[in-house]
Design a protein around this ligand. Sequence first.
Ligand SMILES: Cc1cc2nc3c(=O)[nH]c(=O)nc-3n(C[C@H](O)[C@H](O)[C@H](O)COP(=O)(O)OP(=O)(O)OC[C@H]3O[C@@H](n4cnc5c(N)ncnc54)[C@H](O)[C@@H]3O)c2cc1C
Length: 573
Amino acid sequence: MNAEKRNKKLQKNGFTGFSVHETAEGLVLTGTSADWNEIVNAGFCAAKKYGKTHIINDCVFTGAEIPPMRMPEIKDKAIDGARPDVLVIGGGVVGAATARELTRRELDVLVVEKEYDLAIGASGRNDGCVHPGIDLLPGSQKRKYNVVGNRMFDELSKELDIEFDRCGQTVVFDTKKFLPVMPLAKLWFACMGLGNVKILDEKKLMAFEPALREGVKFGLFFPTGGVVCPYNFTIALGESAAQNGAKFSFDTAVLGMETRNGKIVSVTTNRGTVYPKAVVNAAGVFTEDIAKMAGDRFYSIHPRKGTNTILDHKTVSMVRTSYSLISALKEEGHSKGGGIIRTVDGNVLVGPDAFETYQKEDFTTESKNVAAVFTKQGRATERLRQSDTITYFSGVRAATFEEDFIVEKGRKCKNLVHAAGIQSPGLTAAPAIAVDVAKMCAEILAADGKKVEPNERFDPNRKAIARIAKMDDAQRSAYIKKNPAYGEIVCRCEEISRGEIVEALHRPIPCSTVDGVKKRCRPGMGRCQGGFCGPLVAKIISEELGIPLEKVRKAGAGSELLFGKTKGGAQNG
Ligand SMILES: Cc1cc2nc3c(=O)[nH]c(=O)nc-3n(C[C@H](O)[C@H](O)[C@H](O)COP(=O)(O)OP(=O)(O)OC[C@H]3O[C@@H](n4cnc5c(N)ncnc54)[C@H](O)[C@@H]3O)c2cc1C
């Protein structure tokens, strides 16, 4: 579809203030609106779903000021002058998986992440579903990478020593209208690589998921679905990459690039200038900004927010796999639909929803969204209650107007690889995306005259932090005998010992924050949400790392937990 056809479509659909122009960058959409949704809908109208020619959004939004990217406070020369073979921008699941894949080769790999830890963007704020790929159509990058990525999880979870449950996903119908076409649908799913999908009649469905509401008519069980802890997975990938030689620089934001003859020659950050031979753009919602710096912007990202709620362990009998009612699913066009999901840690996760936002890093949670999700998902089970909530979170998806992943070499920039538009099912697809991105980097380096050899010392295996709560009595005793710190329970809700917390502070990618420890070994993830163990964790960090207690942070810069004495100073300690 050229610009003329797209313009006709825009006019026909009432987007009279918008038009598409062919420019040196590609097809650029212009127009002005105070309504962000109008701009996004004009983008959808101008775009072709799964198309390879992308819409670049240069519309003017007058409804509010678009906030700038959150920036690290630090400014130093920590990585100044570094000359990595590959610079990976972004420490989400795609960046971490790519770094690990790159270390299978003899390469100098540097990952820069603007936040203080891995998995602070979408990779730490999602449902953790390893999707079967129910709604993904042939010809899309999403389907290609989801099918391959999904299959990689069995082996990968063993190598990384992480919990992965291939529990399946159940789609529930409250009408028999679609039942006659289900044998055909089953065949279609088999052809799409989704395995032996089972049609469950009402009786079998209720026996399988007994908490479902009466009145559901039948279900489809997708055996290839699974769940994983998304931040645990991302950190494990990063740790494995670090063990195999990749370097990580946190609080490091890419701010600009110098290009020459269609190649990136240097990359400026707040921690110095780097001279990479190849660059991976895995910056999530900021991939378009990175592409622009490299003179290779040919797509646009429109952020799409989603909110999830986590319920207390006591609700876990509500769901054996993960389920969602199809009539509820139909209400949202651009989400995998979410549902009620049993997490690998024995909680229930409810959500997410999906709505467009002009704010790329809006992680706030609004009660109206939570309530809407409960109303929607409550159609599947009477057992869903908001009063069982222990916490909420929101994440932002990096969607393109074509609704597909972009995994390819730069179109104008010769030493850049894009992993952009990685919205859902990006967690599932990440391991497969990483394989291709690493291959593309190797090709770029080879074309540049570098001999890329396999890394004979690559070790795929990484050991997780010991989990006292998962051990039997004999194992616990042995651990405690070796190190009594494993007998000192700090987090009562999740049964986490001091030994585990200390271990979390000394991993291949170390952490020094309360949230970093929480993501690595779960103190504060339980019902009290750290009310009891939070101060104890801070004290352990202080003692173990030699940081004054008042300097221990919850998360990024400015999140110090203590800011003064309450009872007038020295005599009260
Ligand atoms: C609510 C929600 C639910 C989801 N559920 C699922 C699910 O169940 N299953 C599934 O498969 N997928 C799911 N997804 C999608 C999945 O989370 C994403 O596709 C995936 O996490 C994207 O990973 P990423 O590494 O590309 O991006 P991110 O995790 O966002 O990482 C990008 C990183 O780049 C960093 N960065 C950005 N700009 C710069 C810069 N200039 N300099 C340095 N660093 C920079 C950011 O700080 C960020 O950490 C969900 C997403 C959301 C929001």
